[in-house]
Design a protein around this ligand. Structure first.
Ligand SMILES: *[C@@H]1O[C@H](CO)[C@@H](O)[C@H](O)[C@H]1NC(C)=O
Length: 213
């Protein structure tokens, strides 16, 4: 009996103050939700904000993630105007100096294509929080000029004996050879169709097939 009393009194002396402080804590949390929320702002985002202060135009107060404005750097690509990736033309020293950019362009599978960061600016009529100009990573090192796969394939099949496919791809030297030999007496004609389908005959300027027909 006495043991129980001691146990209860010990429990009460330890539990009640704990419960009280918890309750007080909960009440103060309720009263100041702002301070709790603000501590959630990612450190990286804050660093980005201060590092690119040159182009910052937002208010100087701390970012409120529950507010109506999104961080500019979190906006989807549709709201941004991004520069073309810098072409270092295989110059590794230039790439190291700059820290970003592309050594080479092109490639058809994701693994083939190099990725780099580019400078993006939010469109002027879009409201967002923080620096409106920033770097975005993961842009593919690809270029598009006016080369369409289907068009080129049709040229290759119908006018291959005149070298029209290679003329269109910008491979003028081999195109003239193909024209003079009438498509290698038919053999080169067929080979180029196969090369096109197997993705081994590509635009001379290193651009990718334009996906917008
Ligand atoms: C590579 O880039 C560096 C720095 O921009 C330049 O000094 C150098 O001349 C370039 N090398 C070639 C081969 O273009």
């Amino acid at each position: 009996m006495q043991h129980r009393l001691i146990l209860y009194s010990v429990l009460i002396t330890f539990l009640i103050p704990n419960l009280l402080t918890d309750a007080i804590q909960a009440r103060s949390d309720k009263e100041q939700p702002q301070t709790q929320v603000q501590s959630v702002v990612p450190v990286q985002a804050q660093a980005q904000l201060s590092s690119s202060a040159a182009s910052a135009s937002g208010p100087s107060s701390t970012f409120n993630p529950l507010g109506p404005n999104v961080m500019c750097s979190f906006l989807p690509r549709d709201f941004l105007e991004c520069k073309e990736p810098i072409d270092h033309r295989n110059n590794e020293t230039a790439l190291k100096e700059k820290g970003y950019g592309c050594l080479r362009f092109g490639g058809s599978s994701y693994e083939d294509v190099a990725h780099t960061k580019v400078q993006c600016t939010v469109f002027t009529d879009i409201d967002c929080y923080g620096a409106r100009t920033f770097f975005r990573d993961g842009e593919p090192c690809v270029r598009y000029t006016d080369h369409y796969f289907v068009t080129t394939l049709i040229y290759s099949m119908l006018l291959g004996f005149l070298g029209m496919d290679r003329f269109c791809l910008g491979q003028t030297g081999t195109a003239v050879g193909k024209l003079l030999t009438m498509g290698g007496v038919g053999v080169w004609w067929i080979i180029d169709v196969i090369l096109l389908i197997t993705n081994n005959l590509l635009p001379e300027d290193g651009s990718n097939w334009n996906p917008y027909v």
